[in-house]
Each structure stands twice: as C-alpha cells, then as structure tokens.
Design a protein around this ligand. Sequence first.
Ligand code: SF4
Ligand code: SF4
Length: 512
Amino acid sequence: MGILDRFLRAAHFSGGVHPDDHKRPAADAPLRVMPPPARVYVPLVQHIGSPARAVVAVGDLVKKGQRIGEPQGAVSAAIHAPTSGRVVAIGDIVAPHPSGLPVRGITIASDGRDEWCELEGCDDPFALDPAEIGRRVAQAGVVGLGGAAFPSAVKLSGGLGARVELLIINASECEPFLSCDDRLMRDRAAEAVDGIAIMLHATGAREARIGIEDNKPEAIAAMRVAVAGQSRIRVEVIPTRYPMGSEKHLILVLTGREVPAEGRPSDIGVVVHNVGTAMAVRNAVRFGRPLVSRLVTVNGACVRQPGNVEVPIGTLAGEVLAFCGGLRADHGGPARLLLGGPMTGMQVPTLEVPVIKGTGGILVLDAAEVGEGEGGPCIRCGDCMRACPVGLLPLEIAARVRAGEVEKAAGFGLVDCIACGCCAYVCPSRIPLVQFFHHAKGELAARARGTQRNETIRTLTRAKAERLERDERDKAEALARRTAASLAAATEAAAAVEKAAARTNEESGACA
Ligand code: SF4
Ligand code: SF4
C-alpha cells in the first residue's frame, strides 16, 4: 500500500481533530536520564488487571530489579524495585489519579548505589521458544507503555494462540504535548527495532509495520536507517491526525481493514504494541531487566526546561519537574496539572504522586494552553458529533448521563467511546463531555460488578440450599437404611429365638 492510499484512507475515517501539537521544543531536547530520588513510591497496581501482592516486608534490603510484588491472576503484572535500598513502608500512598485517593504501595529509601540484582539475560533471543519470550516478558512486569498498561505478555501469548499475521507498532504518538516515543526513536532507534524483531519472533507474525505520523521527520529517518537490514519490518508514514494512535484507526489506515464492532484486532490477525513497549521487551529478554523506569515527557508553558526524561518508576512527578528546572519564574502559575496528554490524560490536584508504568507525560499547562473560559449550555451545534471518530452522538450520551440514565447512555454507544476527547476539544460550550463519560462508565462497571456479585450470591445460596437438601436426603436415606438393617436384624434375632425355642421344645418332648 502506498503512502497516498494511507492518506486517502485517513481522510475517509470519520471524525478526529487537528489540535496544535505543542511537541516542540520538548521533542527537540536530548533525552536525559534522571538518577534515583531519595525515595520511590511504588504502587502495587500500575496496570490493567489484579493488583500485585507485596512479597517484601518493611526493613528488607532490596536490589534494583528485585521482585517486590507478585502478580495475582491471569491478567496482572509483577512489580520490581526501581532502585536499591531499604523498604521503609508498605501501605497507602497517594494514587496518580484525579481522586487523590490512596492505593497500596511499597516505599523504598534509596541507598544511593542503584545496584542491580542478578539478571538472567539472553544473547540470542531468536533461539528462544516464543513461549519462553512471553515468560520472560511476564517475569519483567512489562506492560503496554502507550498508556493502556495492559500486561504485554498476555498480548504476546494471545498472538500465539490467535495466529497473528501482522504486528503493528504504534509509534504515531498523536496526542499533543507528548514526544517520548518520538525521542525514543530518534535516540535509540536500533534498540527499538531490535525489540520489534523480538516481538515479531514472539508473536509468530509474518511482518511488522511501524506507523509514525508525518510530523516526526527525524524519528522516521532514524527508524528507516535502523530497519535497513530487516526484511520483515518496515516504517510506514501516516498522516498527523488525532486520534490516529487509537488501535482501530491505526489498523484501518495501515491495512485498510476494519476490526469488527465489539471485536479485537486479533480477530483479523493483527496485534498492536507501542514502540516504547518494544524497547521494554528488548530489555527484558536480552538483559533480563524488569520494567523499572520509563520515558516521560515533561512539558507545558510553565516548565523551565521542557524535555524527555528516563525516570525511575515511583519517582514523584514533582521531583521530575524539579529535575527539569521546576516552574518558570517569569510565567503565571499553572492552570492545570496533568499526567499523560491533554486529551486522554488525568488531571491531578498535586504533583506529589508517583510516576507509574503508564505515565507518558507530566504537563504543567498555563491558562492559554488550557483555553478555559466561560462554559455554557449545549447549543446543539453538532460539532462533537462530527468530531467523534467512532461515530457516536456525544451530546445525546451526555444528556442521558446528566439525567442519571446511564443504561440509556449505554444504549447510545457509551461503551464504544474510546475516551479520545475529540468531542470535548471542539465543544464551543466547553462541556466536559469526557468526564461525563468516564463517570458513567465507572457507574456502569460498578453496576455490572453489583449484578455479578448478586448473581454470585444467588448461585452460592442456591448451591447451599441444594447441599442442605442433599444432606437431609442422605441423612433420611441413611436412617432408612439403618432402620431397615435393625428391622432385619431384629427379625433375624426373633427367628433365631423362635428356632431355639422350637429346638428346646423338641428336646423337652424327646426327654419326656
Ligand atoms: S459540541 Fe458541545 S454545544 Fe455543540 S452539540 Fe456537542 S455538546 Fe452541544
Ligand atoms: S470521547 Fe468518546 S464520544 Fe467523545 S469523540 Fe471520543 S469516542 Fe467520541
């Protein structure tokens, strides 16, 4: 497929927006590595799925990369110490979440040595069985670094089971302000491509395509050089348009094929991984290094030195900001603090929250960047509907949510909403549509959990009643058996007595 086809295809996918990307100058600053802070705060849930279980105790000495959280269940991820030091607390830490509510986590006081534990690497990952690669990726606690934080090993193994033909590497980084994938490809292209080759081997796919938006010419050039010797990996330039990084849109633009409604990419033989994840997979398989750091974009008009930084997981976002020079003194104060991008990221009340595996950005925006002004009622202009890349009616969904009718909102396609934020971005009344949708999805999930719980209680109650009934029946049958046995014994005894009496009578008669 030629570049023209991809652009035509993008022109035909409905909706989407072209926000100012605000990626420079952060994208142009060289990548920097942040040393471990005095303390790291490591939540036990940083991924989609069940929280990990702490396997260290307060007072334990740990090395960098040592496992401190054991995954629980099929969809979960291991957690490792981001630096060496002593465990000083296990308990509640402030979550990197708008609620500011606590989550369970492990606090480690650094010993300043940043000393790795013993690691199990591999010189030739291509000689490994694909299942073994999946095992090593799981051991390393690798999750999708594009923001979803889904355990990567599950997706790699899913690829094996689902006969994946095409591996798509999402390097579109379509969200404004973020440039950590761009910077990764510019500075570490050869390593990223090595990771992609390992993933190709692990999934069993025939080829890999790396989708990069055309606003990243330096990354495109670097990746083209890096794939030069790889016959099964190629770089594909795609148009810059938000939300190009959404899985289904990226697949459509790169292959011309649509993922079925309510289906998954694997249904059409495709698996999508982020380019940062490919790097993490390489580190896990070649060097046995767990995911203990990640690249984070620090950006926004209030930041003194915007750029991209490799940050130990668990570092407070405020310390990362300080590493980037802190706040500009010559600027008005921050109007909004965000973890992630402005379209899909989380607004947080404070930067005293830790960077986790899914944190791609720390944004400190001023009032002009936020563009806040007086909001107003819906004027039914339909802009949100035209911007929605999924073809939903955001105004109708929001109206149902506002009325507390989340089931009706679900009927209008709430569950298909990918929370891209295009509708809120274009809304002239500045209605926080995505916040409504997040709230309603949470409500639906809670109701589903409630229904599930009630169903479980009903099933358990039914099982208990059946067990009691069975016990009663068994008891009655046992009693009947015992009674019958007693009766039989009594009858037998009576017969014996009768027989003995008869014999005695006979003997008495004989004597007489
Ligand atoms: S864009 Fe905003 S004002 Fe216009 S219809 Fe949608 S919700 Fe209403
Ligand atoms: S947030 Fe949801 S409703 Fe709004 S544009 Fe994106 S997919 Fe459509």
